[in-house]
Write a protein that binds this ligand. Structure first.
Ligand SMILES: [Mn+2]
Length: 568
């Protein structure tokens, strides 16, 4: 089944003049990304180095930074122990590595802590604070990264135990802040981005001559966290992603090098054959899932070890183990997903999708919810059923604010938090049915047919005659692509397939030569194999596509990557 996707064409501009065509097209792409062509394009194409980011513009308060630095200086002087309290997802692990490595470079009595997703859960909490304080009587300072902004209980418990807390976080803050010694917060960066800015400022004041080197070596981690956490890659996040990806390509970390080898994305062979570097795609689909897998299945501390180790043998071992756990994760996910899909198939879905089962692994329910949304284009909530308490993970579509809808049922759930597109909560198992009934009422009131229609955003319609090497090279300057800056998508009407074959081990993809008005290009359409008969009938059709380069036998040519096909 190939469902109908709505094409949303962002600009109606008709580019005709071949001499000016590249410039005209690029201007449309800039406008579509909300950039004023004259004033903002230059900064977009030449982002500032993250060292030059104006932190005041991000809303990070200098007074808070000063308080934090003063407190860290005191810890160094009095030889107090410091704990960096992180999180188990890719952003949280990278943030922990950045803050811990930076402090450790000047002071040895600092250790990282990552909570267990299963026993402790997300964020600084009273129980974990009690535990780490008991294990370390000389602990006098906790620095949170990628969490803490709503940790009232955890901060209170720390203060009771004579431990100061510095919060660094990017999650949405509430009106009332925890009573921490200092709060370094902005929602314009990822948790690892905040940690990077924070660590750099701290090192400037207490570091020795190696400050720049450390900032440079940790920037690649901030890029991983920023991309993995789906931050819009514009402004300061674009700077971090762009420069961080550059250093990721020549990373000296034994763990990341081993991970790239294990995943098959390194080595000169790879780079030559694909003619490309490590990109946002690799972070999203290869690097972040491996870092995340540990926290989902076991404990994320091994991911942190992989990132930070200097020992090559240890790095290789950890990379193998991450790769193995990630495969396990994929296998479990497929099993659970097919079970969930069966349930969805049996129930006539209207409104949102809610599924629950004892076999749904707590570390995987977020991924299952995402896959169900992708497939059905409606909000989804997946429950991991426990004997008395269950955990739930929710994902949404644009236009439906899922955390707001969950908050309306505050009385039914135990506690929860999140964003408009993704949220999580816990609930008494016996109340799941009631929750479902009430949630569907809310969903049915809000969801419209329009929201439930899957759509793709196309930059503009162009003719094949305007596609050339120069246009492709200009498009490359829009990298890194990601949320808020999608890879440009074009539409061309009435193209004809001069050749077509099925490729892929199940013949699921189409490989074609597409022509119009005497110009032709090779094209690939992933997952569109079922269109083969329509295409063989020789009819003209419309395509939505991106432009990419394909290197074969040392020769590079342009190829169209077809996202969608519309027949008349
Ligand atoms: Mn984060």
């Amino acid at each position: 089944m190939t469902e109908k996707i709505k094409w949303e064409i962002l600009s109606e501009k008709k580019v005709k003049e071949p001499k000016k065509s590249v410039e005209d097209i690029i201007n449309v792409l800039l406008k579509n990304r909300g950039l004023r062509v004259k004033t903002e394009a230059d900064e977009f194409f030449n982002p500032k180095h993250p060292n030059d980011i104006d932190i005041k513009k991000l809303g990070i308060r200098n007074a808070e930074l000063k308080k934090a630095i003063k407190r860290i200086k005191k810890a160094l002087k009095e030889n107090e122990n410091i704990c960096v309290y992180g999180d188990y997802d890719a952003d949280g692990v990278c943030a922990t590595a950045i803050c811990w490595e930076s402090l450790y470079s000047v002071y040895k009595n600092v250790s990282p802590f990552i909570p267990s997703r299963f026993d402790e859960g997300y964020g600084l909490n009273a129980e974990s604070v009690k535990k780490i304080a008991k294990d370390d009587p000389n602990l006098k300072l906790i620095i949170t990264v990628d969490n803490g902004i709503v940790s009232h209980d955890g901060v209170k418990k720390a203060n009771e135990l004579g431990i100061d807390v510095i919060i660094t976080d990017h999650h949405q803050k509430q009106k009332k802040l925890p009573k921490a010694l200092a709060v370094i917060h902005t929602d314009k960066l990822s948790g690892s981005g905040v940690a990077w800015i924070f660590a750099k400022e701290v090192l400037k004041k207490i570091g020795k001559d190696r400050t720049d080197l450390i900032a440079e070596n940790t920037l690649e981690l901030a890029a991983i966290g920023t991309i993995a956490d789906q931050l819009p890659l514009i402004g300061a996040c674009r700077s971090i992603a762009k420069y961080g990806l550059e250093s990721l390509n020549s990373t000296k970390r034994p763990g990341l090098i081993s991970m790239f080898e294990e995943a098959g994305i390194s080595g000169s062979e790879y780079k030559k054959s694909k003619n490309r570097k490590i990109s946002t795609y690799d972070v999203n689909y290869i690097i972040a899932p491996r870092i995340n897998a540990m926290g989902r299945m076991e404990h994320a501390i091994d991911s942190l070890r992989l990132i930070c180790t200097k020992d090559i043998m240890k790095a290789k071992k950890l990379a193998r183990s991450l790769g193995f756990v990630n495969k396990e994760r994929q296998k479990r996910l497929e099993e659970v997903l097919s079970h969930a899909k069966e349930i969805v198939k049996k129930s006539r879905i209207r409104g949102a999708i809610l599924v629950s089962h004892e076999s749904y692994h707590e570390g995987l329910i977020g991924l299952i919810a995402s896959k169900l949304v992708e497939e059905h284009w409606r909000p989804a909530i997946v429950f991991s059923k426990g004997e008395t308490i269950s955990k739930a993970s929710a994902r949404s579509i644009s236009g439906f604010n899922i955390i707001e809808s969950i908050k309306k049922l505050d009385e039914i759930i135990i506690k929860g938090g999140g964003h408009p597109m993704a949220a999580g909560f816990s609930i008494e198992t016996k109340k799941i049915d009631l929750f479902e009934k009430e949630f569907q009422k809310i969903a049915n009131e809000i969801l419209t047919d329009e929201m439930l229609t899957k759509s793709i955003k196309i930059d503009l319609e162009i003719e094949f005659s305007l596609i050339n090497q120069m246009l492709y090279e200009h498009i490359l300057k829009f990298e890194p692509f990601g949320v808020g800056n999608n890879s440009p998508l074009f539409a061309t009407k009435d193209v004809v397939a001069e050749t077509v074959t099925l490729v892929g081990n199940e013949g699921q993809h189409l490989k074609m030569t597409l022509g119009k008005n005497g110009k032709k290009f090779p094209a690939i359409a992933f997952g569109k194999g079922n269109y083969i008969n329509k295409i063989q009938a020789g009819l003209g059709f419309d395509i939505a596509y991106g432009i990419e380069a394909n290197t074969w036998n040392g020769k590079t040519s342009l190829q169209l990557k077809v996202k969608d096909i519309n027949f008349k």
